[in-house]
Design a protein around this ligand. Structure first.
Ligand code: Z5A
Length: 219
């Protein structure tokens, strides 16, 4: 499954840290390199995945049991891999995905308290050895992310959780970055957007996805 010519880049972080905003920025940077780009998101990215997303985020399913939530995330992911992500990677494209399995470790593992082993078993079942080539975790204090997200739209079923839940989610993301420093990069998203962009450009260059800005002919 992991044998392909494309690049798989995922964006992660608690709500409101700027995943969507910075996905647009990364796309604009990658476009200058001539790469074919597929932008997508989880849960979602396919008609089935978007239908599952609606079920997962709607308030009428308040109280959904944690295992059902976990299995639906992976059901959406299996379809997403089959229909969108793997075909694009095999065609040599860059897949830019708003959230992936690190979100499952953070939300269903850290947030809901499900055992990591359960998540790892599903990860292996659904993904085999496929892992993102690069995951960028945008990190900011919970209050900052919630304030930004709250100013933008009404909270969905998961966004309704208490601050403690999001503190555990953030903590798990930080742990993941510490455990997998080669494929997960941490970016301080609490600062002004142009400073976030500078960090992202640096990370993309460090991972060989773009040329280093220090090597540009203008320097
Ligand atoms: N979920 C899960 O539980 N398990 C899983 O396996 C997966 C997902 C895959 C849907 O995710 C939910 O699914 C999510 C986790 C769960 N629930 N929660 N919480 P989503 O990604 O679609 O939704 P989200 O996390 O709620 O993302 P968001 O609210 O869309 O936030 P964002 O994309 O990170 O932020 P944004 O829209 O780019 O920015 C928010 C605002 O802040 C906007 O007005 C920006 O202009 C502003 N902004 C951004 N950056 C800055 C800076 N640096 N300074 C100032 N203002 C800024």
């Amino acid at each position: 499954m992991g044998n392909y010519n494309g690049k798989f880049i995922t964006l992660e972080g608690i709500e409101g840290v700027g995943k969507t905003t910075n996905r647009d920025f990364i796309r604009s940077v990658l476009e200058t390199t001539g790469n074919a780009i597929v932008e997508t998101r989880e849960p979602g990215g396919t008609p089935l995945g978007e239908a599952l997303r609606e079920l997962l985020l709607h308030h009428r399913h308040a109280g959904m049991c944690a295992d059902a939530e976990l299995l639906m995330m992976f059901a959406a992911r299996a379809e997403h891999l089959d229909k969108v992500i793997l075909p694009a990677l095999h065609a040599g494209k860059v897949v830019l995905c708003d959230r992936f399995t690190e979100a499952t470790y953070a939300y269903q593992g850290g947030g809901r308290g499900l055992n990591d082993k359960k998540i790892a078993e599903l990860e292996t079942w659904v993904q085999g050895d496929l892992r993102p080539d690069l995951t960028i975790i945008l990190d900011a204090p919970v209050a900052t992310g919630r304030q930004r997200a709250g100013a933008r739209s009404a909270p969905d079923r998961i966004e309704k959780e208490e601050n403690d839940f999001f503190e555990r989610v953030r903590h798990t993301y930080l742990e993941l970055a510490r455990h997998y420093p080669n494929r997960i990069a941490l970016v301080d998203a609490s600062v002004a957007l142009d400073k976030v962009h500078d960090q992202i450009v640096h990370v993309l260059a460090e991972h060989g996805i773009i040329d280093s800005p220090d090597n540009s002919p203008d320097k």
